[in-house]
Write a protein that binds this ligand. Structure first.
Ligand code: CP
Ligand code: NVA
Length: 336
């Protein structure tokens, strides 16, 4: 039995450096198998429920295709399809789904809900994003960093933008565990919660990661290996648009900010979706209202040679595969 078998994947803080590094390496291994068309059916015959309270492209697509490659059957249960959140409690939903499915993915608002699903379902539950954390995203992100630089330890990542959202929280804590230097470059109002900083500091003491929370862009991005940003307005907080634009404009990842890294080999990451042009319905609305065609990243940077965001997006599938196979697979998982 492996250290992963039967466990849920709810937040990075519940895993050691070695465990997270194993999941990154295992993802890389499964990616290589996939590229060579070598079958890797670790979850033959399993049934997987995909619960989504919020919308998704990557997470849904990654869980679906990963499950199929692993030999499992994924079933999508959207917010408007099931009783959860309206007529039925999380506990009752968990008990029912756990009696039929072998594993459950949940994307939604509250971290408590994903924890409750895990507590009462009796099967592994994977957090596909809550307001607080985005842990499956992290395995893909650090895999991408490992592909670019051959390692994650000692690499410096500067995250510019909303420092209080799920992705920022997860980057800070995951980097701290793994020994990756993380800088959160955000205005005072949007810097991480003290509890998240304290948690990250505890891990950093052990791993040796250098952490920096700053509102100073120049200092924050200098010599960074990775520039990372995320949307200024996350799902569920759409009314905050105007105040975010005001606060975050100086933190936009543009050509000037990229040059301030003084690192010509810097890579750009974004969990996506990204607001880099006004081609979408949402984009047109913003353009009409605020006259802006780009927000957290310019189209120029997004489409430049520095942009690794689509490789990062593909890595969602390989890493979700690793997470599901490690926690739910009956087969021996290899040393990688
Ligand atoms: N990065 C990410 O989670 O994308 P989706 O919202 O499309 O799943
Ligand atoms: N912070 C973003 C991430 C989307 C993948 C959100 O929660 O909307």
């Amino acid at each position: 039995e492996s250290v992963f078998q039967g466990r849920s994947f709810l937040a990075e803080k519940e895993f050691t450096k070695e465990e997270l590094q194993y999941l990154i390496n295992f993802s890389q291994h499964l990616k290589a198998l996939k590229k060579r068309n070598v079958p890797h059916r670790y979850l033959e015959g399993k049934k997987i429920a995909l619960l989504f309270e919020k919308t998704s492209t990557r997470t849904r697509a990654a869980f679906t295709t990963a499950a199929i490659d692993l030999g499992a059957h994924p079933e999508y249960l959207g917010a408007n399809d099931i009783q959860l959140g309206k007529k039925e409690s999380t506990e009752d939903t968990a008990r029912v789904l756990g009696s039929m499915f072998d594993g459950i993915e949940f994307r939604g608002f509250s971290q408590e809900m994903v924890e409750e699903l895990s507590e009462f379902s009796g099967v592994p539950v994977w957090n596909g994003l809550t307001d607080e954390w985005h842990p499956t995203q992290m395995i893909a992100d650090f895999l991408t960093i490992q592909e670019a630089f051959g390692k994650v330890e000692g690499i410096t990542l500067a995250y510019c933008g909303d420092g209080r959202n799920n992705v920022a929280n997860s980057l800070l804590v995951t980097g701290a565990i793994l020994g990756t230097n993380i800088r959160i470059v955000s205005p005072k109002e949007l810097q991480p919660d003290t509890s998240v900083i304290e948690l990250a500091n505890t891990f950093a003491e052990k791993s040796g990661a250098n952490l920096l929370i700053t509102s100073d862009v120049e200092k924050g991005v200098k010599n960074a290996d990775v520039l990372y940003t995320d949307v200024w307005v996350s799902m569920g907080e759409e009314e905050k648009f105007e105040e975010r634009v005001k606060l975050l404009l100086p933190y936009q990842v543009n050509q000037k900010l990229l040059e301030q890294t003084e690192n010509e080999n810097v890579i750009f990451l974004h969990c996506l979706p990204a607001f880099h042009d006004a081609s979408t319905v949402y984009g047109k609305k913003i353009k009409d209202q605020f006259g802006m065609e780009e927000m957290e990243v310019t189209d120029e940077v997004f489409r430049s040679v520095h942009g690794w965001q689509f490789q990062q997006a593909e890595n969602r599938m390989h890493s979700i595969k690793a997470i599901m196979a490690a926690t739910l697979g009956d087969l021996f998982i290899p040393h990688v």
